[in-house]
Ligand binder design. Structure first.
Ligand code: AKB
Length: 314
C-alpha cells in the first residue's frame, strides 16, 4: 500500500500536492506535516514536524511507515538571501536528515530542485539538462547540493531518489513566500482588485514558469515512472511556459483591457532573476517519463483570473 509523508505541506506546492495525493490514495494514506499548526479548516491527516529534528522525523517515519516522502520544507530564493545561514541549515540539513533515514526505512524520496540551481555561466536559452551549475544565491547552492546528495544516496546506498528542477510556480490556493517568481502569482489579485500591479522585476525579465496543476502532475508522473527508465533521476528540467512581466501583463489585458503594469525595482530579486535561465530544455523529462504540461500562458491566465475572482467574491 502506498503511504506518503509530505513535509512543508502548508506551503504553495505542498497544499496542492496534498490535495492530489489525498484524492488518489485516500486521507489515511497521506500524512501532511509542517512546522506550523494548520488552520481549523485544514483537511486530512496532519501533524506538526520540525524537519531539523532528526529524532522527531525518525519517530514519525517509524509510526507512519511511509513508502514515499515528498520533502518540500525549504526557504526560497529571496528569503534565502536575507538569511543565508538559515537557508543552508534548513534546506540541506533537513534533506540530509531524511536521506539518512531513507537508507534504513527504504522509502522513495522526492526532493524538488529549481531553476535556481543554475547561475552565471549557464546558457540562458534552451538551458541543457546537463550544463554549468554555479549559482550565485544561497538558495541555488542548497538546490545543487540537494541534487548531488540525492545522486550520492542513490548510487552509494540505493535510495530511490527523484527530483525536478521547477520553474516559478503559479497558483491560487496557497500564497508563495519569499521567492523571486512570486510576482507571477501576486499580479492576479492586484489586477482584479486595483487594475494595477507594481512589479519588482523589470518588464523584460524572462523566466520559466508553470501552472500548479502541471506541477502537481509532474510530481505524480515522476513518482509513478518505473525506476529503470530514469537516467537523470534527481534533477529533471521541467517547464511549461516562459514569459516576461510585460508579456504576462499583455495576456491579462486580453481579459482586463485597462490593466496597468508599473515597475517598482527590487534589486535583490532582479539580481537573482538575472542569474536564472530564460527557458530550460526539458527533453530528458519528456523522453524518460513522458512529461507533457497542459497549460500555456493563455490557459493559465484565464483560469487564474477565474479562480482568484471567485476567491475575492467569497
Ligand atoms: C523562487 O522564486 O525562489 C522559487 C523557485 C524558482 O525556486 N519559486
Amino acid at each position: 500500500m502506498t503511504k506518503v509523508l509530505v513535509t512543508g505541506a502548508l506551503g504553495q506546492l505542498g497544499t496542492e500536492i496534498c490535495k492530489s495525493l489525498r484524492l488518489r490514495y485516500g486521507d489515511e494514506a497521506v500524512l501532511q506535516t509542517d512546522v506550523r499548526p494548520p488552520s481549523p479548516a485544514h483537511q486530512g491527516y496532519y501533524r506538526t514536524l520540525d524537519v531539523l529534528e532528526r529524532g522527531a522525523i525518525e519517530q514519525v517515519v517509524a509510526n507512519f511507515q511511509p513508502t514515499i516522502v515528498i520533502h518540500l520544507a525549504a526557504l526560497l530564493s529571496a528569503t534565502g538571501e536575507r538569511w543565508p545561514e538559515l537557508a543552508w541549515k534548513l534546506n540541506v540539513g533537513s534533506a540530509l536528515n531524511l536521506l539518512e533515514i531513507a537508507r534504513e526505512a527504504g522509502f522513495t524520496f522526492f526532493l524538488p530542485s529549481s531553476i535556481a540551481a543554475f547561475g552565471p555561466g549557464t546558457p540562458v536559452d534552451d538551458t541543457p539538462q546537463i550544463t554549468v551549475q554555479r549559482p550565485s544565491t544561497m538558495y541555488g547552492i542548497t538546490k545543487v547540493t540537494g541534487e548531488l546528495l540525492c545522486e550520492y544516496y542513490f548510487t552509494r546506498y540505493g535510495v530511490d531518489t527523484r527530483g525536478l528542477r521547477f520553474p516559478g510556480l503559479i497558483s491560487h490556493s496557497a500564497p508563495p513566500g519569499g521567492g523571486t517568481t512570486d510576482y507571477a502569482v501576486e499580479i492576479f489579485e492586484a489586477a482584479l482588485r486595483h487594475g494595477r500591479f507594481a512589479c519588482p522585476l523589470a518588464p523584460d525579465t524572462r523566466l520559466d514558469m508553470m501552472y500548479m496543476p502541471d506541477a502537481s502532475k509532474a510530481v505524480m508522473d515522476l513518482l509513478d515512472a518505473p525506476a529503470d527508465k530514469l537516467i537523470h533521476r534527481n534533477a529533471y528540467n521541467v517547464t511549461a511556459m516562459s514569459f516576461t512581466p510585460a508579456e504576462l501583463a499583455e495576456a491579462i489585458r486580453v481579459h482586463l483591457p485597462r490593466f496597468e503594469l508599473v515597475h517598482e525595482p527590487d534589486p535583490t530579486r532582479q539580481r537573482i532573476a538575472d542569474s536564472w535561465p530564460n527557458r530550460m530544455d526539458d527533453r530528458a523529462a519528456r523522453q524518460e517519463w513522458g512529461w507533457d504540461p497542459r497549460y500555456d500562458i493563455q490557459a493559465m491566465v484565464a483560469d487564474m483570473l477565474d479562480q482568484v475572482e471567485r476567491k475575492l467574491q467569497s
